[in-house]
Design a protein around this ligand. Structure first.
Ligand SMILES: Cc1ncc(COP(=O)(O)O)c(C=O)c1O
Length: 450
């Protein structure tokens, strides 16, 4: 039996003090330290991490090279605002980001502190650069918590309830979901065509294409439950944008920085965007975000349309430079691709065993396992997801789910095959126990999930 005394005490204090508006509860895990793919709670219990702090620590917890870079920079200069002055780490980092971002064109970069503000910046840039007001994102996308990012998002009613009005001139169109197509029986190709037709219908009826500045799209819809669109859709969307002079912006806050086995998720689709929105893993967990875009889109921005006092601070830039080095030197892109394939195979084997596994999907180490009440209806099985996550946690795994039914498998990219296999064994055991009805309903009072 695990001792959870300190965790439970802290969780109660936290619950009494911090706002519930920012918390999606899973289980009482109060984290003291982390190394690589392992974390330890306040009571000394250890867990393998399948969440990477919501995809923000792709290089693992406290990677020694990142920590060293942070310490070294912290001793030199914590902050001098880049809004007024200059510093070396930001210039070095900008060169690196430009070199890793797809697109054989001249680029520039602006910085922020989180994925949400980067999306706000992308909206501003698109509007200024095109002189058009409308921005289109996708139903069930998640883009963050600032007003701009919430306005782009369309995946959760509590996000928008009572806080309106939101940003005007934001439109949402359907995202192609091959597992839950718009009409039963549609193939992925038909689903892709249908979603392009919906955009065309919008252009023809209420959203004039010549007023649209940009499409902002997650290459894989993350919080919608890791929905991978057909390649055909991405290519056709690019073509549609080209035809109408609309920007295509790849929102890589969750899928970027190696998560899918490529630097950026969009590279899996053979499509080159006009801009990339980056956040989360860009600085291994330190507050940094950025937009890398065609230089001409940036060059029309007038200061201070998008400047934050502490954005791009030297310590975060140093962490980001070390992050890029680690991903390169430890071959984390190929590791993510290979281990991702192995993970898919293991889940596909589990799918043969457990009829509540409806779909296994994703790219690289961004894997979603969609649990369903019935494989025919594909009704989401929230209770299964909640119970399996809880039991896995009891067995030493930090596992979560999103979109009501999709187990979120996004471990740090430094995870070893042995650790991953141990994690998969725990998930399989927890599924086995769920299938035998050995996980009590009472856990559903604790695990709320996303
Ligand atoms: C795809 C995507 N975009 C944007 C965000 C918002 O990032 P942040 O929470 O750093 O503002 C998230 C966070 O979960 C995300 O997954």
């Amino acid at each position: 039996m695990r001792d959870l005394t300190q965790c439970l005490k802290l969780v109660e204090e936290d619950k009494a003090l911090t706002s519930p508006g920012a918390k999606i509860p899973y289980y009482p895990l109060a984290i003291k330290r982390g190394r690589g793919a392992m974390i330890e709670d306040l009571d000394g219990n250890r867990y393998i991490d399948m969440l990477s702090s919501a995809g923000a620590v792709n290089t693992g917890h406290c990677h020694p090279r990142v920590v060293e870079a942070v310490k070294k920079q912290a001793e030199e200069l914590l902050l001098y605002t880049h809004v007024y002055m200059y510093h070396e780490p930001i210039v070095k980092l900008t060169k690196e980001l430009i070199s890793i971002a797809p697109g054989d064109y001249r680029k520039r970069v602006f910085y922020g502190l989180c994925g949400s503000d980067a999306n706000d910046g992308a909206i501003k840039m698109a509007r200024v650069a095109t002189g058009r007001p409308k921005v289109v994102s996708f139903i069930r996308s998640y883009h963050g918590s600032t007003y701009g990012a919430i306005s782009l998002s369309a995946v959760s009613l509590p996000m928008t309830r009572k806080i309106g009005p939101l940003l005007p001139e934001i439109f949402h169109v359907p995202f192609p979901d091959p597992y839950r197509p718009p009409l039963p029986g549609m193939t992925p190709g038909q689903t892709a065509d249908y979603c392009i037709e919906q955009i065309q219908t919008a252009f023809d009826n209420y959203m004039p294409a010549e007023e649209v500045a940009a499409f902002i799209i997650e290459p894989i819809q993350g919080d919608a439950g890791l929905v991978v669109p057909p390649v055909k859709f991405m290519k056709n969307l690019r073509a549609l944008c080209d035809r109408h002079g609309i920007l295509l912006i790849s929102e890589e806050v969750q899928q970027g920085f190696g998560r899918t086995g490529k630097w950026f998720g969009i590279e899996n689709f053979g499509v080159v965007p006009d801009a990339i929105v980056m956040g989360k893993a860009i600085a291994s967990g330190l507050p940094l975000s950025g937009v890398v875009a065609r230089a001409e889109l940036m060059e029309v921005l007038e200061a201070p349309v998008h400047g934050f006092t502490i954005a791009g601070n030297p310590v975060c830039c140093a962490a980001s430079l070390a992050t890029i080095e680690v991903i390169r030197e430890e071959n984390l892109l190929s590791h993510a691709a290979e281990l991702g394939e192995h993970t898919h195979e293991r889940f596909r084997a589990m799918q043969k065993k457990f009829d509540f596994i409806g779909d296994v999907r994703g790219i690289g180490l961004s894997v979603g396992v969609d649990l369903v009440v019935d494989r025919e209806t594909r009704e989401r099985h929230r209770a299964a997801a909640a119970k399996i996550c809880y039991r896995a946690w009891e067995k030493g795994l930090l596992l979560s789910f999103f979109s009501g039914s999709v187990l979120r498998i996004q471990p740090p990219l430094v995870i070893t095959k042995e650790e991953m296999d141990k994690a998969l064994d725990i998930i399989e055991e927890s599924m086995e126990e769920f299938s035998k009805d050995q996980i009590p309903d009472s856990v559903l009072d604790t695990v709320k999930g996303w």
